[in-house]
Design a protein around this ligand. Structure first.
Ligand SMILES: *Cc1c(COP(=O)(O)O)cnc(C)c1O
Length: 470
């Protein structure tokens, strides 16, 4: 393991070593509305980029979720959709692909990731239990809490420091897991919720050594590990690059090995798997599988479609295979790094090292004059849209929500604005335009005043909250 994070692969090898392993066959026109139009659109959206109309957005970096461009192979697969209510052949193809690439035995399809989280949480958590996880994810933690668990963050401290260069900032701190077990008792820990990569920490990876050590620890206490494998293929590239002994393994081999240390996992297919909708949960234990398969018919659909059309299952099966091709993954992460390097060269504060799916602007350092309850990251997302029509999103105090007991805001250490890169959608020139826009907003940073929240929904407030400028 090395603490030296290579910049581009190109610099590492002395020449450019990646380009997209595809060419463009179909395009979707983009246009930008003028400044007055953007001001009106943002005011109507309550200064929340989630509430903008997509037609008013120029470059859309809100999320990498469901925004993927599918390949010609996947579109061809859509035509092979077997829309039978029960036993669609696309389900069996998807099931086999998941068994091959992730190694889990029993698969339950769901309409997207949170459907899987819902089923798994209901089936594995008894009210009053605890779940330890490597930093929370919004929907994951909410489903665990709704099932009656208390969530405890057990990620390493380095993850909360946006300039710490630890190569695996997604790792679990085993001492924190051990402390939780000592405090509440092993039988009260429903499971360890492991995510790779860690979205909220900046798309930061987990090392193979960490999941191996976690497995040993959990085995000593009889505790299960369930893996949020939503971006595990991206995580695998970091293991291949940074962890000793993995340089000669393929992404697919690394993914399969990683999953082997866990008892089951789930996915939002809208990320790694290169589709626009879909998800699944998969486990090795037959009894738990029976429970999940029973729950899925209540909340999602029959256990051979789980809320997806046959054609969507076919597209995801093909997308899983494409997502684990090494040249694809190098270009995927290479593009994210390219944007990160431009911003770093211009001394814009971002989370380092650059993670898998996004660049995270460090709003606390961007706007040091704004206290956290003036929503600096939300402000930055609003300013970036006003400047350039580029849509980003808040990952800070608004996303963190409130403590259910005290009603106070959670004050997360990280106050970030996320520029999320959709897969196979934008070109390098779009990355240049984005970097220039961020620089312009940075140069005007002293004028930012912050926001006040004027409407707050009860759950996952970042999606629908309204603000007004101060
Ligand atoms: C997106 C996401 C989810 C939830 O999946 P949806 O498909 O949006 O419901 C869960 N975990 C992680 C890490 C995610 O990024």
């Amino acid at each position: 393991m090395t603490n030296q994070i290579p910049r581009t692969m190109g610099q590492q090898f002395g020449r450019r070593s990646w380009a997209e392993p595809w060419k463009i066959k179909m395009v979707e026109p983009l246009s930008m509305i003028d400044r007055a139009g953007r001001e009106k659109a943002l005011a109507e959206a309550g200064y929340n980029t989630f509430l903008l109309h997509s037609a008013d957005v120029y470059i859309d970096l809100l999320t990498d979720s469901g925004t993927n461009a599918m390949s010609d192979r996947q579109w061809a697969g859509m035509m092979l959709g077997d829309e039978a209510y029960a036993g669609s052949r696309n389900f069996y193809n998807l099931e086999q692909t998941i068994q091959t690439y992730y190694g889990y035995q029993h698969i339950v399809p769901t309409h997207q990731g949170r459907g899987a989280e819902h089923l798994l949480s209901r089936s594995t958590i008894k009210p009053g239990q605890w779940v330890g996880g490597n930093m929370y994810f919004t929907t994951t933690r909410l489903h665990q809490e709704l099932a009656g668990a208390t969530f405890v963050d057990v990620i390493i401290d380095e993850a909360h420091d946006p300039s710490n260069l630890h190569p695996f900032k997604g790792n679990i701190d085993l001492n924190k897991v051990e402390a939780l077990i000592q405090r509440v008792g092993a039988e009260q820990v429903a499971y360890v919720s492991l995510a790779a990569t860690v979205n909220m920490a900046g798309g930061q990876p987990v090392s193979m050594a960490n999941v191996q050590a976690l497995r040993q620890l959990c085995d000593r206490y009889g505790i299960k590990i369930y893996l949020d494998a939503t971006r595990l293929a991206e995580n695998a590239l970091f293991i291949q690059e940074r962890e000793e002994g993995y340089a000669d393994l393929t992404i697919a081999q690394i993914v399969r090995q990683f999953c082997s240390y866990t008892d089951g996992g789930w996915i939002s297919g809208k990320k790694d798997s290169l589709v626009n909708i879909g998800g699944w949960v998969a486990v090795n234990d037959w009894t738990l599988f029976e429970e999940l398969r029973n729950q899925v018919v209540i909340f999602e659909g029959l256990h051979t479609y789980g809320g997806m059309a046959g054609r969507d299952m076919e597209a995801m099966a093909i997308g899983i295979v494409e997502s684990m091709q090494d040249d694809y993954m190098r270009s995927r992460i290479g593009q994210v790094r390219y944007l990160g390097e431009l911003l770093t060269d211009w001394e814009v504060p971002i989370v380092q090292p650059v993670g898998g799916h996004a660049i995270f602007l460090d709003a606390k350092r961007f706007y040091p004059h704004l206290p956290q309850d003036r929503f600096p990251a939300q402000t930055l997302a609003a300013e970036l849209y006003l400047d350039s029509g580029i849509r980003s999103m808040e990952r800070g105090i608004v996303s963190a929500g409130r403590n259910a007991q005290t009603g106070d805001h959670y004050y997360p250490k990280l106050e970030l604005t996320r520029l999320t890169i959709p897969r196979r959608v934008y070109t390098q020139a779009h990355m240049d335009v984005t970097a220039e826009a961020v620089k312009a907003v940075y140069d005007a940073r002293e004028q930012a005043r912050g926001l006040q929240m004027t409407y707050e929904p009860r759950y996952l407030r970042f999606f629908q909250a309204h603000f007004k400028p101060l």
